[in-house]
Design a protein around this ligand. Sequence first.
Ligand code: NAP
Length: 310
Amino acid sequence: MADTKQYDVIVIGAGPGGMTAAMYASRANLSVLMLDRGIYGGNLNNTAEIANYTGFKSIKGPELAQQMYDGATQFGAEYAYGTVTKVELVDNMKKITTDMDETYLAKTVVIATGSDQRHLNVPGEEEFGGRGVSYCAVCDGAFFKNKHLIVVGGGDAAVEEGVYLTQLASKVTVLVRRDELRAEPIIQAEAMNNDKLEFVFNTSVTEIVGDDVKVTGVKTHNNKTGEDGEMTADGVFIYVGNFPMTSAFKNLGILDDQGWVKTDERMRTSEPGIFAIGDVRDTPLRQVATAVGDGAIAGQQVYQYIKSMD
Ligand code: NAP
């Protein structure tokens, strides 16, 4: 096992919130490590365009991720790869273990692990993963030029990414399980004006079907009439909501009954020295802007907490 490195602050998750917390804490001259299970940026990397983050009329998610990373590291914050599997309390410190068999010690921890995309959990979904089933339009959309695509879901993500896919596909059909969308009105309005996008309401996907090579369509169920049907398509993009990435923190007693982290307005959890920010929090709004705001508060709060330890 490698040596245990020690930091003032370990930020778990390098999305917009985590990178902001890291920037504020390192600007306060604290030693900071961001740990992430993948490349920095979090869900920004799956987002084609962001049109509601102040200061940018519109910006591509991966481009914003890079700018945030450059900003976060300019004051000395470090970044390392690793999925955190456990956080333990050891005397006055927090001990963090990753799946890379690394351990770290920190005076404070900022949980910024966000949320991951839910799966539909229907037959064929796993089997055709990477062969027509996708959870990321910006990553996989280019494989479907001039093809017919199905998007499943009715929230902001399904509608926005459906609109993005119309730039590539010949037609995009959004299957919505209820008779209305959950997406914001302004996002709906843009979609309704798009000739290449159609909505089919009251329709659930019961199976994803394909041949030996790839997806050929879906089986559907009409939730109003009870009728079963089929629809052909070359790809299926699934945007049916998110779940919190908190399995590593269950032992800390800081989660609500749905697994989101409970905090106060200073981003403090019930465990002193452990903070949580962004989408992983029990919060009424999950946006880049709110994650960044949470990150700024936490970056300043860790400084106050460490000062109070002396
Ligand atoms: P969401 O808001 O939770 O919406 C999930 C959608 O999927 C709902 O329409 C839901 O239907 C549907 N759904 C859930 N389970 C399903 C199933 N088994 N089969 C078919 N449909 C199913 O999730 P999201 O769109 O991924 O957004 C997640 C968060 O990120 C939200 O807070 C959202 O505001 C935010 N976000 C914001 C933006 C933006 O501001 N531009 C962009 C993307 C995401 P019901 O309505 O029937 O439950």
